[in-house]
Design a binder for this molecule. Structure first.
Ligand code: ATP
Length: 434
């Protein structure tokens, strides 16, 4: 992971938050390439979901009525068991004590520094803040720990305004906040992160059918990001691991450098959430099927994936080190469709006519493809920089280009070079980015 973290910094993907102040633990800022990659993944998810006729999008507020979190069960149940060391004041998750190290003596387990460990106590993971100028219990609200509740409380708004019939879904992308006790592994577990969640409302009689459907759709989606299929697998939650709302749950896991870990959860949440909101709000949240006259609270099949974790999986999967002419080549083999820079344009030298021709060619492409212009250093050095950024194609404009109207296109993965007519470039890339 250290190698990836340093590549991310060097190439402008991800920086430590507030770095000039010494950084803020487990908070990260996305640089120019990181934010573009993140947006490309987010856009792909959003299109996958909302270009379907049976899914609508929403963008709910991060701050919600505090009763929402009572109804959802988060006030009572969204807790981790926490243990403190009285000597070094470190805090550990009780369920992960055997894997934890004492921060004072990292070779030792918690408590082996001679400190006494407290009993486990429940620690609520929701961030609290106050709305308005007075900081009282009545003005206390939470930063949402998941986007899902924003979709549930809007269930009827969406259903009636869009005249939806079950089965239909509500998709949402947005920030969520959890005061994790043990954040870490770079952007894998942070306290502020982004989720891409879709709630699919179905007739309770058809829940298993739709659960199986979404399970398969979602692993296909991860594969379509270009992630190696052998690095993806399902993990089924046993009865004792199920969240309070779930009847059945599968995780899509990726084999990260630190082991198999969750990327996405697919949950059958039953009618738990809508029933609880009915109970707590006093508003009916039932669905009436006009054709069959059936009246019911729909069951929800949820697909919940972390945007940052998906980006981390894409980066880990794309990272390759190769030996080229006795030198190490570091290359990010990101699927061209998602690369933050898709085509880089290099004039061989800074001579005016080469610079002008390069700018002219680049301008033809920069509306359609994420493009970059680079004139600094040797062509070899420029290739290496673009390899590390994951740029699939580099176009070099040399002195011959002025005469033969052709340029050299170099492929990131094979490192093969093609000599292509300038007027054929559109067709050439059309084919490559298909
Ligand atoms: P975990 O078991 O890893 O804490 P979870 O089962 O609590 O995750 P869900 O509540 O199902 O996670 O959230 C859906 C998705 O949101 C997760 O699969 C993950 O990709 C992402 N996610 C959850 N917590 C975090 C976090 N602290 N940092 C980054 N992403 C997260």
């Amino acid at each position: 992971m250290k190698t990836l973290v340093s590549l991310c910094k060097r190439r402008g993907f991800i920086f430590q938050s507030s770095e000039i102040y010494g950084g803020l633990n487990s908070c990260w800022d996305y640089g120019p390439l990181g934010v573009q990659l993140k947006k490309n993944i987010e856009r792909y998810w959003w299109d996958t979901m909302t270009l379907r006729d049976d899914i609508e999008g929403v963008d709910a507020s991060i701050l919600m009525h505090p009763r929402v979190w009572e109804a959802s069960g988060h006030v009572e149940g969204f807790t981790d068991p926490l243990i403190d060391c009285k000597k070094c004041k470190a805090r550990f998750r009780a369920d992960a004590l055997s894997e934890a190290c004492c921060p004072e003596k990292p070779s030792k387990h918690p408590g082996e520094c001679g400190g006494e460990l407290t009993e486990a106590r429940a620690f609520n993971l929701m961030f609290k803040t106050y709305m308005g100028p007075v900081e009282t219990e009545a003005s206390r609200i939470f930063l949402r720990p998941e986007t899902a509740q924003g979709s549930y409380v809007n269930f009827l708004n969406v259903q009636t305004t869009m005249r939806k019939k079950t089965p239909f879904g509500i998709a949402q992308v947005g920030k969520a906040f959890r005061n994790e006790i043990t954040p870490g592994n770079f952007i894998f577990r942070t306290r502020e992160f982004e989720q891409m969640e879709m709630q699919f409302f179905v007739n309770p009689k058809e829940d298993m059918k739709w659960f199986d459907y979404w399970k398969e759709e979602r692993i296909k989606w991860h594969k379509s990001l270009g992630i190696h299929p052998q690095k993806l697998r399902f993990y089924e939650h046993g009865k004792d691991q199920l969240a309070h709302y779930a009847k059945q749950a599968f995780d899509v896991q990726y084999e990260f450098p630190f082991g198999w870990s969750e990327l996405e959860g697919i949950h059958n949440r039953t009618d738990y959430d809508l029933s609880r909101h009915e109970e707590f709000s006093g508003k009916k949240l039932q669905y009436l099927d006009d054709d069959t006259k059936e009246k019911y609270i729909p069951y929800v099949i949820e697909t919940a994936v972390g945007l940052n974790r998906t980006l981390l999986a894409v980066l880990c999967d794309a990272y390759h080190e190769e030996e080229v002419k006795d030198e190490k080549r570091v290359v990010l083999k990101i699927k061209p469709q998602f690369a933050p820079v898709q085509i880089a344009f290099f004039p061989l030298s800074k001579k005016d006519d080469l610079m002008n021709l390069t700018h002219n060619i680049k301008n033809r492409f920069s509306k359609k493809y994420f493009s970059q212009f680079d004139v600094a250093g040797s062509i070899g050095k420029r290739y290496r920089r673009q390899d590390e950024a994951g740029t699939p194609y580099c176009v070099t404009i040399d002195f011959d280009s002025l005469e033969d109207k052709k340029v050299t296109v170099r492929d990131r993965d094979s490192m093969k070079q093609d000599r292509i007519s300038i007027d054929q470039l559109e067709n050439y890339f059309e084919d490559k980015f298909k």
